[in-house]
Design a protein around this ligand. Structure first.
Ligand SMILES: *[C@@H]1O[C@H](CO)[C@@H](O)[C@H](O)[C@H]1NC(C)=O
Length: 225
């Protein structure tokens, strides 16, 4: 029994790829420690797309996806502000505000964001609804060792977390691509049961990750709308 428990724990903690299809991460309390670290060996990105599903009742600031490198804490960050429906998307440590896309509490939401170094444009999508396309930062790639964290906002690679910006709730289907995925792909992702092209940088079905603190891997719970 103890051996079994040890094996289970090792499987949960090890950084070998796992298929998390049908699973979710549960972040059950506000801390400045609990988080999931996602691993990629990529060190040079000329574009980024991130999609994830999240469920929360947080009315304060919180991070949904935090990518830091040694040169920038906010090399790519999806950040929900306390104010209703207000987001910040950061690329290359530069922030752009997005407002007015409905961020419903206590509901699973499909959240996607894209950025491209050539045009410098970022965009946010919630449940398949688009924001304006806004200029953030152009001309240079995201480069260096990438530290990707769910559940906390990094104010230094892999740490310097603030509990007041932590995520409390559930998260699933996290994917990241090294190109701007098409509106059609984003619509497919938002449909939940329609297939989409999985991430080629982060893939939920081949996820390399490590959990720290109280983060649970549980069966996904979809609520009927
Ligand atoms: C940006 O990244 C792409 C590949 O991701 C690479 O081909 C290109 O040379 C990089 N650009 C610069 C300016 O380093």
């Amino acid at each position: 029994m103890e051996l079994l428990l040890l094996l289970v724990m090792l499987t949960v903690c090890a950084a070998s790829p796992q298929d998390l299809h049908g699973k979710m991460f549960t972040f059950p309390q506000q801390t400045n420690t609990a988080h999931v670290r996602l691993t990629t060996s990529r060190q040079d990105l000329k574009a980024v797309s991130v999609c994830l599903r999240s469920f929360t009742d947080l009315r304060r600031d919180h991070s949904l996806f935090s990518l830091a490198t040694p040169s920038a804490d906010n090399d790519f960050l999806i950040f929900k502000k306390a104010a209703d429906d207000e987001f910040e998307i950061w690329a290359k440590d530069v922030m752009t505000d997005f407002g007015g896309l409905k961020y419903k509490l206590n509901t699973w939401l499909s959240i996607c964001s894209t950025w491209d170094a050539a045009s410098g444009l970022t965009q946010l999508w919630i449940d398949g609804k688009q924001s304006s396309r806004k200029f953030t930062s152009s001309g240079s790639n995201i480069t260096g060792t990438m530290t990707i964290v769910l559940g906390q906002d990094q104010d230094g690679p892999g740490g310097a977390f603030d509990s007041k910006q932590s995520f409390v709730g559930m998260m699933s289907d996290v994917h990241m691509w090294d190109y701007v995925i098409s509106p059609r792909e984003i619509q497919n992702y938002a449909q939940v049961f329609i297939s989409f092209t999985p991430g080629n940088v982060i893939n939920w079905r081949e996820l390399e990750f490590q959990t720290t603190g109280r983060v649970l891997i549980e069966e996904e719970q979809w609520s009927i709308a």
